[in-house]
Design a protein around this ligand. Structure first.
Ligand code: 13P
Ligand code: ZN
Ligand code: NA
Length: 283
């Protein structure tokens, strides 16, 4: 069965590695990250944004992820990424999600606390992990668009208060990364990660994983980032491979053919990120 992401992330934080959390949008992308986890014997978090839940249906996603967990025997969690909607969170938990993110980072602190507590009540009773965000991660993720000028770094003191007030088990503090590919390099505030990790024992989540230079990922993970989200790079690897097929052969019309190199490319990318996270062999 699928398992909650709570325990696997706590182990990761304790042992200073991170678990790769991959945003998938199709069955082939889901299979690609599963195969990557099998090949490297890595724990895995499969995640879907609200847009993908609406595109495929939470029950289809949960069914496919459950098959993967049962067949492989690996520790696999299914996570709902960046959700602002309480009802949809409940719906995903009912469908079989084992981890959910309540993203109330666009609200003032007190309201973020209230909204996160409300999700904690339903999730913890169901054995489901909860991730919340403090500060604001910049960039574009589905319908959540945060202009660079509005991106806000998380305050370390607020992070510890937030954990105390909500009991949330996984925290995504904004520390300078952004969703999407960076123009140039991200401006990660490593001192801030250290200050947050000092005050917060819970596993921390690194959003905006695509495009972060390898050395910076390693530093962030060593400081306490125990989950790294990868969306854009996976989608690009998958789609670029399909584009190549159609460039070489515009007449191709068989998904069973043009999806093969796409799945292979997504799998290679996932393996690379798992190696970077240090979670290889930790299943
Ligand atoms: P990227 O698109 O930069 O990989 O960000 C992923 C993410 O944080 C999903 O929540
Ligand atoms: Zn994110
Ligand atoms: Na990014």
């Amino acid at each position: 069965p699928l398992i909650s992401s709570t325990h696997m992330l706590q182990i990761a934080r304790k042992n200073k590695y991170a678990i790769g959390a991959f945003n998938v949008h199709t069955l082939e992308m889901l299979q690609a990250v599963i195969e990557a986890a099998v090949e490297t014997q890595s724990p895995l978090i499969i995640q879907s944004t609200v847009g993908t839940v609406k595109h495929l249906g939470p029950d289809y996603l949960a069914a496919a992820a459950t098959v993967a967990a049962n067949r492989t025997g690996l520790p696999i969690a299914l996570h709902l990424d960046h959700c602002t909607d309480f009802q949809l969170i409940v719906q995903c938990i009912r469908a079989g999600y084992t981890s959910v993110m309540i993203d109330a980072s666009m609200y003032p602190f007190e309201e973020n606390v209230e909204r996160t507590r409300k999700v904690m009540e339903v999730a913890i009773a169901a054995g489901v992990n909860v991730e919340a965000e403090l500060g604001k991660v910049g960039g574009v993720e589905d319908d959540i668009v945060v202009d660079e000028r509005d991106a806000l770094l998380a305050d370390p003191e607020e992070c510890s208060q937030f954990i105390e007030r909500t009991g949330v088990l996984t925290l995504a503090p904004a520390i300078g990364t952004a969703h999407g590919i960076y123009k140039g390099e991200p401006n990660i505030d490593f001192a801030r990660i250290a200050q947050i990790a000092d005050r917060v024992a819970a596993p921390l989540v690194l959003h905006g994983g695509s495009g972060i230079p390898a050395e910076q990922v390693r530093r962030a993970v060593a400081l306490g980032m125990a989950k790294m989200n990868i969306a854009t790079e996976l989608r690009i690897a998958f789609t670029d491979a399909i584009k190549q097929v159609f460039t070489a052969n515009p007449e191709e019309n068989d998904p069973r053919k043009y999806m093969v190199p796409a799945k292979e490319a997504a799998k290679r990318l996932a393996i690379e990120k798992m190696q970077l996270c240090g979670c290889v062999g930790k299943a």
